[in-house]
Write a protein of this length. Structure first.
Length: 610
């Protein structure tokens, strides 16, 4: 979500901090700020509403000097986006940046007001600044003051504290919101994501839940939630310096849609042979766990939830194992019954999705046999806290609307389904070969699907002036329709809904008129004839249809129905394949509407708040 960057160095750090914020800004934010202290304890704080570039321009012309600083891009949760609510927040000599939500901020605000503190913002974050200022009055060091302060905080935070009287150090704390420390030579850095620091270092250390660390130019000292001195592993990042570069594409989303063939190849690489799935590649303990698994529970949010919904059809139809899928924010607050030998699977691009992480922690207490995550970010909280992780290798995904993370999740799930089916004896050698050859064929087929770009661009004209759109599918193409409608909502702000086509007559048919385009995902398969009847129901009521089908489906275009005819692909991988034209459709509708495709309003990438 919002981003944090910090630095303790001898050189001036303003540029490094602002560059770090720029690298994080794709996540969605509404304001940004920096606070920098020089060696004579002079503090400069600059905050701006809007784009990081506005902050960058002001910082540039102000010639800010100082080797210790903190910076933040905010995604408002408490208090409107405004300069006064932008971070860093200051209390006396203390400056603070914070990602997350302090849930007991109201009580703390009352207590601190009684102590004489005056609040100038509406944020929950400001309580941290005053609380640390208060604690520092009696504590021997900033570290101890922060340790005492965070004990009083409820909720989620990644926070960095700076004392203008002691520019030699920053103190950082993590609980529910990621913090990574970057090691330089004679200088150290920290951030909410290593991407922010790739131009200054490649050596990183992730803090764990409850950790508080003191960062100086030469040392990083970490303490766990019990106050014990602990060592955390330092790793070398494999990400490219320009991992988040847009290249010649107009938008990150467009680039990421077109990267899908490569992302899929990378995700399958070393995990399948010419005709089989390598079970060991799923995880060291995988074969043992999969052999014992009797039920799958998938928990995820947003696009990842839709991937889980597609996988449910595969788990049951291909591997013959029961599977439930639930939205993480519901699962975590519901009193549920754990079925025997259930495997929990969390899906998340970032591995930091707050609700999914909470669901994982809850499931550990509730008797799940094991927890697996399918995730795109190595070292993320879900990866570290799960029993085993299967990494999608989509590369950095910058567009808020997820595309390549979704399709690589799907191919990962299909590999897992196949491995599980083999362990259970529900997939024989012939079936396995059939699945694996469909997987091998997919990247090229997606390349072909991308070549429908121009046709889809022309189609998008019909949608741009509409206020509503309906997406229909049956079987595993129902969740494909769900994902298509989510994409359209996210980036074009057109209200879109997905229905299982058989459900139309139970209500939504009442909505059909010439102002409601109806998009149908209709490959030739077992359910095609049923789907054709549903299409006729729409047609009979004057609806305008846009049908994505293959040559074998036998549709004919007329005044009420436009057809995009795609090459036929295997039933097994068709849900992944048909996702691609849907992504292109929403992209081109958004382009015509002129919305901010990569940073749609009100949304953020990597949802680290509840
Ligand atoms: N809750 C804090 C605020 O509204 C931090 C939000 C964020 O993570 O950017 O200012």
């Amino acid at each position: 979500m919002c981003g944090i960057v910090g630095a303790v160095a001898q050189r001036d750090v303003a540029e490094i901090l602002v560059e770090g914020l720029k690298r994080l800004e794709y996540r969605g934010y509404d304001s940004a700020g920096v606070a920098i202290v020089d060696s004579a304890s002079n503090l400069t704080r600059i905050r701006r509403l809007g784009k990081v570039q506005e902050l960058a321009d002001t910082v540039d012309s102000a010639h800010v000097v100082g080797g210790t600083g903190i910076a933040h891009t905010r995604w408002a949760t408490h208090g409107e986006p405004s300069e006064i609510n932008a971070h860093p927040h200051v209390s006396g000599d203390i400056s603070v940046v914070h990602n997350g939500i302090i849930e007991n901020h109201e009580q703390l605000r009352d207590t601190l007001t009684e102590r004489g503190y005056q609040f100038v913002s509406q944020t929950d974050t400001e309580v941290i600044a005053h609380l640390v200022e208060w604690e520092l009055r009696s504590a021997p060091s900033l570290l101890v003051a922060v340790q005492s302060a965070v004990k009083q905080l409820e909720g989620a935070y990644g926070t960095v504290v700076m004392d203008r009287n002691d520019p030699s150090r920053l103190v950082v704390a993590r609980s529910g919101s990621p913090i990574v420390i970057g090691f330089g030579v004679g200088e150290n850095f920290l951030a909410s994501d290593q991407l922010a620091l790739l131009n200054v270092t490649r050596r990183f250390m992730y803090l764990e839940e409850g950790d508080v660390a003191e960062v100086t130019r030469r040392d990083v000292t970490v303490f766990n939630s019990l106050g014990e001195h602990v060592e955390r592993k330092i790793t070398e990042s494999k990400l490219e310096h320009d991992a988040a570069d847009k290249g010649n594409y107009r938008h990150y989303m467009q680039k990421e849609v077109f990267e899908q063939p490569t992302a899929l190849i990378n995700t399958m690489e070393g995990r399948i042979t010419a005709d089989s799935v390598i079970t060991d590649a799923i995880g060291v303990k995988a074969a043992y766990i999969l052999a014992k698994t009797e039920h799958i529970q998938i928990v995820a949010c947003g696009t990842s939830y839709n991937a889980g919904m597609i996988a449910r059809y595969w788990f049951e139809a291909i591997a013959g194992i029961s599977c439930d899928v639930e939205i993480a924010s519901e699962f975590r607050y519901r009193k549920f019954v754990t079925r025997p030998n259930s495997l929990l699977i969390t899906l998340s691009q970032s591995g930091e999705t707050a609700d999914t992480l909470a669901a994982l922690r809850l499931a550990k207490e509730k008797g799940y046999m094991a927890a697996m995550t399918i995730c795109n970010v190595a070292g993320s909280s879900l990866v570290r806290e799960s029993d085993f992780a299967f990494m999608t290798r989509a590369g950095v995904e910058v567009g808020v609307a997820s595309t390549k993370a979704f399709t690589t999740q799907l191919i990962s799930l299909l590999m897992l389904v196949t491995a599980l089916g083999k362990e259970r004896g529900t997939i024989d050698k012939v079936r396995e070969q059939e699945i694996v050859s469909a997987m091998h064929a997919l990247p090229n087929q997606i390349e072909q699907a991308l070549s429908f770009e121009k046709e889809i661009e022309a189609l998008a004209e019909d949608f741009a002036d509409k206020h509503h759109t309906l997406f229909l599918g049956r079987g595993e193409f129902y969740p494909v329709a769900m994902e298509a409608s989510l994409k359209l909502k996210e980036i074009s702000y057109i209200h879109a809904e997905a229905y299982a086509a058989g459900e139309l007559k139970h209500g939504p048919l009442a909505l059909i008129d010439a102002d409601m385009p109806v998009v149908v995902v209709a490959p030739s398969n077992d359910l095609l004839e049923k789907l054709k009847s549903n299409i006729e129901e729409v047609r009979a009521r004057g609806g305008l249809l846009y049908v994505f089908a293959d040559e074998e489906a036998g549709f004919e275009a007329d005044d009420t129905m436009k057809i995009i005819t795609m090459p036929h692909v295997s039933d097994i991988t068709a849900p992944i394949y048909y996702t691609v034209p849907m992504q292109l459709l929403s992209y081109y509708v958004a382009l015509i509407k002129g919305t901010d495709v990569d940073q749609p309003r009100n949304l953020a990438k990597s949802v680290t708040v509840e």
